[in-house]
Design a protein around this ligand. Structure first.
Ligand code: ATP
Ligand code: MG
Length: 227
């Protein structure tokens, strides 16, 4: 469970201050599925970065399972991120010279698994996202939707409890968008937590609730029927 207490993030650039998050208070219980919507520049990516342990806010507190994220050392925070949190980005951030399988192996390698274990797990995940016939392709040899599915398999590799997704369907056609949302929904049905930024109403409709950010201020706009 996440608790954000009066989180403010100000960026200082060329003597100009931008308040990207303005005194945000938010609770995200386990197994929540939140869509974050709002205009460009309203602070959505900043909020995900703060939740992901990648950006210490200017003030306020971020608790993950009761532990203050930014009171941990950098090493402790990196370990916790590796264990608990998976990221999905609009630009898939795959490593261009590695095959699909090797890309999925990266987080497993970083947590010290043997090459055989890494490969077996990566193949299982690629199969799960329907890419068992593309495991030796490099990103440039895959379609956008296939690249996003490789990225999703990589995100799932460490079995994270939380997924933070920034426009996960932004670059995809409607068929692949449905597929990616199906995987995220399965992940949520497994008891995990998803925080997803999106511009797309259809994508937001998959979430349990929607929060709108306007100029760095959060407001809850809907709680979908849990059924
Ligand atoms: N590193 C930075 N330095 C200075 N200002 C920044 C930085 N990152 C973001 N900002 C500013 O903070 C505000 C919020 O940015 P953020 O990226 O969180 O918006 P967003 O809601 O994700 O927008 P979009 O929908 O366009 O992705 C913007 O006004 C932006 O210009
Ligand atoms: Mg953004």
């Amino acid at each position: 469970m996440y608790q954000l207490k009066s989180v403010t993030q100000k960026y200082e650039r060329r003597r100009q201050t931008v308040t990207a998050l303005d005194d945000c208070c938010l609770e995200i219980p386990d197994n929540d599925f939140i869509a974050i919507v709002g205009p460009s520049g309203s602070g959505k990516t900043t909020l995900l970065s703060v939740l992901g342990g990648m950006l210490a806010p200017s003030s306020g507190e971020v608790l993950l399972d009761g532990e203050s994220l930014y009171d941990l050392s950098v090493e402790e925070r990196t370990t916790l991120r590796g264990e608990k949190i998976g990221f999905v980005f609009q630009s898939f951030n795959l490593i261009s010279w590695m095959t699909a399988c090797e890309n999925v192996q990266v987080p497993l390698m970083l947590c010290g698994q043997s090459v055989d274990q890494q490969r077996a797990r990566a193949l299982e995940l690629l199969d799960r996202v329907g890419l068992s016939d593309r495991t030796d392709h490099r990103p440039a040899e895959l379609s956008q939707g296939q690249q996003q599915r490789v990225a999703l398999a990589r995100t799932l590799a460490n079995d994270p409890r939380i997924i933070l997704a920034d426009e996960p369907t932004g670059n995809l056609d409607s068929e692949t968008r449905q597929l990616v949302m199906k995987y995220l929904t399965e992940f949520h049905d497994d008891g995990r937590t998803i925080v997803m930024v999106t511009h797309d109403h259809e994508t937001a409709a998959f979430a349990k609730r929607t929060i709108r950010l306007v100029a760095g201020v959060t407001e809850q706009i809907s709680v979908a029927d849990a059924a």
